[in-house]
Design a protein around this ligand. Structure first.
Ligand code: TRP
Length: 362
């Protein structure tokens, strides 16, 4: 069986370091591993509209932001088809059929949807489209017969639902769709990178994000103001690692060779942590190390961004070509789905002949 990746992001803002360690970095590694036959990365503008129906301009402006973020981190259009969800209308048709295979109560149990309904104050009036987005996400994944979906853990319920839909579809209509596997980030820090304020998650509305497009000055300022350990009042006092943002970021970003380069007094992060816990290590040293490591990671991303920012028509051409490729693939799956569901009237000569005979015999 072909190995296929599909994943994507809603274009509701610029992408930040949480997205990077949670998924983007891994996508680039998978892309360059050469292990996959096809890779699709989708800008989920239709899904973004499910809770931004009254703000299409926000979605429209962020499509290009997300595309620039993708290209800057090293997604390579010669290996990865980057496309825009709404430009593949086949996905809507698939979703319409899948909706028959899912119950309302099944979607109501989805913990991510539950949280989002609370966050958006949708309790009283949930838009139908928003309620159905997990089903539409199953179309995104199955249209490409994705075998692997690299995402953060908040997306696990969507992948689970997709697998259920695949099983139900194949059971009712015959084997057609492929069951995908989720691929989660490697460690806990990557799974949920906290905001610079130490709060659980980076989020635009909390203003605690470091964006991939931030300048070196902005990154430095944000790291230097990061939440650490409020009880670590002097350098000599013992420090705590729990909830200590710079250390969690180091868990997500640093490798042993960074120490040889930037802080040779320590062999690795464990030694640095031990010193901090014991007392005698200041937050400034930790933050300086983190700034160096982030800069090493972000500098090439900024360079690539600069190139693409100067070539916006080229970026749209990449998206157009990617969408065309995605559409061909989705259309093939949709054909198979229609055949399996027996809604292929004009392509089914048996049906026509059989009915012709039946009516003639009347
Ligand atoms: N739900 C994802 C997000 O919130 C975006 C998305 C839409 C997606 N369709 C997908 C992710 C399919 C993976 C696979 O960012």
């Amino acid at each position: 069986m072909e190995k296929v990746i599909l994943t994507g992001d809603r274009p509701t803002g610029k992408l930040h370091l949480g997205h990077y360690v949670g998924s983007l970095r891994r996508r680039v590694e998978l892309q360059n591993s050469g292990e996959f036959d096809k890779i699709f990365v989708m800008i989920a503008d239709a899904q973004a509209l499910t809770d931004n129906a009254d703000n299409p301009e926000k979605v429209r402006q962020n499509v290009i932001e997300v595309a620039l973020d993708y290209l800057s981190v090293g997604l390579d259009p010669s290996k990865t088809s980057i496309f825009i969800q709404t430009q593949v209308p086949e996905l809507c048709e698939l979703a319409f059929y899948y909706m028959n295979l899912v119950t309302v109560s099944r979607v109501q149990r989805n913990p991510t949807v539950k949280t989002e309904i609370k966050m958006r104050n949708f309790e009283q009036s949930i838009p139908v489209g928003f309620f159905c987005y997990p089903v539409s996400q199953a179309s995104d994944i199955t249209a490409f017969k994705a075998t692997v979906v690299p995402v953060g853990e908040d997306q696990a319920p969507m992948i689970e639902l997709t697998r259920e839909i695949v099983n139900r579809f194949n059971h009712v209509y015959g084997p057609t769709l492929v069951e995908p596997d989720i691929l989660l980030p490697g460690n806990a820090a990557c799974m949920r990178l906290p905001g610079t304020d130490g709060k659980a998650k980076m989020s635009k509305s909390l203003g605690n994000c470091i964006y991939l497009s931030d300048t070196p000055k902005e990154v430095k300022k944000k790291v230097n103001s990061m939440y650490t350990d409020p009880e670590h009042l002097t350098i000599d006092s013992p420090g705590h690692l729990e909830g200590n943002a710079p250390f969690i970021y180091l868990d997500a970003f640093c490798r042993d060779e960074h120490f040889a380069k930037y802080l040779p007094d320590y062999a690795n992060l464990d030694e640095l942590k031990a010193h901090y816990t014991r007392g005698g290590l200041g937050d400034g040293t930790v933050k300086k190390l983190l700034i160096n490591i982030l800069e090493e990671e972000l500098a090439p991303i900024r360079e690539r961004r600069k190139h693409f920012e100067q070539n916006i028509p080229e970026v749209y051409e990449i998206l157009r070509a990617g969408s065309e490729k995605a559409r061909e693939t989705a259309a093939r799956t949709l054909d198979e789905v229609r055949n399996a569901m027996r809604i292929n009237y004009f392509a089914d000569s048996d049906l026509i002949a059989e009915q012709a005979a039946r009516f003639r015999a009347k």
